[in-house]
Ligand binder design. Structure first.
Ligand code: UT7
Length: 351
């Protein structure tokens, strides 16, 4: 039995926010963002729109693409680091919104590697014979992390008022992170089939000694209460990142993981057809591509349009590659990601 991706779908929020628009809110520029990250624009959710809402749109599209209805799904895996609620997770909320049967839903985190970890779970579920059709969703709404309290109205085109100097100074404090992230969702339907195509090998890694390089300390059940107004005011509810350390880990460990799955499959790296890399920074994507000695056309990217959507980057990218006819039968496609945890890994997928 092989785990085959039979449907893909995406759910993108309505507001397109350019670098130029962000530069009106804080001390940044289109040039800085493009040169350092490759990002040109990103999508922002509507106020009140959560990662479950975007996940539901993506999931509906993926099920329709697979030719399945809600009654066909046997299990859900929902990867997000920006859930609608602390509890319950997005899984049950999505199940209710879609009207799925009372099937099990699994909420996982793993941040930027969430989709990759979800592929592993879905594949193990299918290989074990436990579930036949798994819906895997990666969805994020990062905008509530962004600490500017004033300026949303101008960003989403609802006001043309000027930002005050005080607002601009406050927004600038977090510019090294906020300009990188966007909102979005991607979903895939994975089905057990008796055919040569399918997922595997998959290799996953965690190194918790790297937890501090990308983390959020402000909301914690080690504290009583777990969040206070002072923490919010001190900006502790915003993730902190040592960008350079994450960058170095990404360009070293993702190529290693890609080589691991290729070795395990007996496939030469040069003979890979597509390598889909977590979309965190165009310079990271190009670094991994060069480390693997692959031509740029085998490493497509869409970070220009969406920024970093954490657990959603890989399913959105895979969906767009399929839609553009880049994914054809008989190809060797690799997914790879690295992010907070540190969690990283790679998955080979024979189409
Ligand atoms: O999804 C996985 C998680 N994230 C990642 O994989 C991100 C990995 N890291 C990166 O992508 C890069 O390290 C960044 C894009 C975050 C930063 O790029 P960098 O080349 O490492 O820049 P830097 O942090 O060294 O900052 C250079 C300068 C600093 O000014 P000084 O100290 O040199 O005067 C920053 O204050 O750029 C300044 N800066 C900005 N300037 C304008 C930082 N953010 C901005 C900004 N606009 N948005």
């Amino acid at each position: 039995m092989r785990s085959v991706i039979t449907g893909t779908g995406i759910g993108l929020p309505p507001h397109v926010v350019t670098n130029e628009a962000l530069s009106k809110l804080m001390d940044t520029s289109d040039e800085w963002i493009r040169v350092r990250s490759g990002i040109q624009e990103r999508r922002y959710a509507e106020p009140g729109q959560g990662s479950t809402d975007l996940g539901v749109i993506a999931a509906r599209n993926a099920m329709a693409d697979a030719g399945l209805t809600t009654g066909d799904i046997d299990a859900v895996v929902f990867a997000t680091m920006t859930p609608d609620r602390m509890l319950p997770g997005n899984g049950p909320l999505l199940q209710a919104a879609l009207g799925l049967r009372d099937i099990p839903t699994f909420d996982i985190r793993q941040q930027c590697s969430g989709f990759l970890y979800g592929l592993e779970l879905a594949d193990l579920f299918i290989q074990s014979g436990r579930y036949r059709r798994v819906l895997l969703v990666g969805a994020e709404v990062h905008t509530p992390f962004m600490p500017w309290h004033l300026g949303w109205d101008t960003l989403i085109g609802q006001s043309t008022r000027a930002i005050t100097e005080a607002e601009r100074a406050e927004n600038t404090l977090s510019r090294d992170r906020t300009v990188l992230f966007g909102d979005g969702a991607g979903a895939v339907v994975i089905e057990g089939r008796e055919e040569p195509a399918g997922l595997g090998p998959i290799r996953l890694h965690t190194d918790g000694t790297g937890a501090e390089v990308l983390t959020m300390r402000g909301v914690s059940f080690k504290r009583r209460p777990f969040v206070t107004l002072e923490q919010i005011q001190a900006g502790e509810t915003l993730p902190v990142m040592s960008g350079k350390e994450v960058f170095k880990a990404a360009v070293t460990l993702m190529p290693q993981a890609v080589r691991e799955v290729c070795d395990a499959a007996g496939v030469a790296v040069e003979s890979l057809d597509l390598v889909l890399i977590h979309q965190a920074n165009l310079r990271i994507i190009e670094g991994v591509q060069k480390a693997l000695g692959l031509p740029p056309e085998k490493v497509p990217h869409n970070i220009e349009r969406y920024g970093n959507t954490t657990a959603a980057t890989l399913p959105i990218l895979f969906h767009e590659c399929r839609a553009q006819g880049l994914v054809r039968p008989g190809m060797n496609v690799v997914f790879t990601a690295l992010g907070s945890g540190l969690h990283w890994g790679a998955a080979l997928y024979r189409t």
